[in-house]
Design a protein around this ligand. Structure first.
Ligand SMILES: Nc1ncnc2c1ncn2[C@@H]1O[C@H](COP(=O)(O)OP(=O)(O)OP(=O)(O)O)[C@@H](O)[C@H]1O
Ligand SMILES: [Mg+2]
Length: 252
């Protein structure tokens, strides 16, 4: 690890002015995660992300990036501390209440989680269908969203007939089609070439400009560097690093 880059551990908020509770989208307060087998994954994490902010979280394989995101969408519960999304304590939500919160979060899963016996179009449309959107609204959004990830021509293909990178882009389309207020993207470019990675970053930045709060995890330092040579604003995005169970600022 290049420790010279790492600023001292900080529990400071992303923006300097103290936000009102309504401005805070995500907050972790003293969060630790120890898995059932005794593996201590995260230790006393403090983080606050305001509405509309974009944060990269980097860290080596096994550093706990996916675990941190799982705590945010309620797939794992903290062993200590509190995880708040839109002022809801995610670790305490169950059943319908958790499902309702998750509907407002677009998730790009590291392992895609596509439904194998559904086409690309059905996989992506399912999100809107589950939220009760009218069929004409689903049709209105589907092809333009697939166009954004360059897959409109594969709308009728099944996941097993797609490359890894194409599946990854379907998973991104599914995460953004409902224009969610939060997007959690776990290694969203892990299987993509440079040009596709750049496009995905631009797309996420566009979602941010529409008001979404975004966290992108990556173990790929090149992705961050790519952000630096990308659009005008990408080079200003803050970066944190998970190391030894703690979060460090790399760039504010
Ligand atoms: N369900 C689990 N039970 C026990 N240990 C787990 C579990 N899930 C993850 N871990 C461990 O926690 C650590 C962090 O895992 P996590 O998947 O969050 O890492 P990551 O930073 O996302 O890695 P990668 O870059 O490879 O995706 C790893 O050491 C992993 O083996
Ligand atoms: Mg991971």
């Amino acid at each position: 690890m290049q420790s010279a880059k790492i600023l001292p551990y900080s529990s400071a908020p992303l923006t300097k002015a103290a936000p009102t509770p309504a401005q805070v989208m995500i907050s972790l307060e003293g969060v630790s995660k120890v898995y059932a087998n005794g593996h201590r994954c995260l230790t006393d994490i403090n983080l606050r992300i305001n509405k509309g902010e974009f944060l990269f979280i980097t860290g080596a394989s096994g550093a706990g990036k996916s675990t941190l995101l799982k705590l945010l969408y309620g797939a794992e519960r903290p062993s200590a501390g509190q995880v708040l999304v839109e002022q809801h304590s995610v670790g305490k939500l169950r059943g319908d209440r958790l499902a309702r919160l998750r509907r407002r979060i677009g998730i790009v899963f590291q392992d895609y989680k596509l439904i194998e016996n559904r086409t690309v179009g059905e996989n992506v449309a399912f999100v809107l269908w589950a939220q009760g959107y009218a069929p004409q609204e689903i049709r209105r959004r589907l092809i333009p969203t697939l166009n954004l990830v360059g897959l409109a021509d594969k709308v009728d293909r099944y996941p097993k007939h797609l490359s890894g990178g194409e599946q990854q882009r379907v998973s991104l389309a599914r995460a953004i089609i409902s224009t969610p207020s939060v997007i959690l993207a776990d290694e969203p470019t892990g299987n993509l070439d440079v040009e596709n990675s750049r496009q995905i970053l631009r797309l996420l930045e566009k979602m941010q400009s529409l008001g979404a709060t975004i966290i992108v995890t990556t173990h790929d330092q090149n992705l961050i560097r790519m952000g630096e040579i990308g659009g005008q604003r990408l080079n200003q995005l803050p970066v944190m690093e998970l190391y030894d169970g703690k979060l460090f600022w790399v760039k504010k």
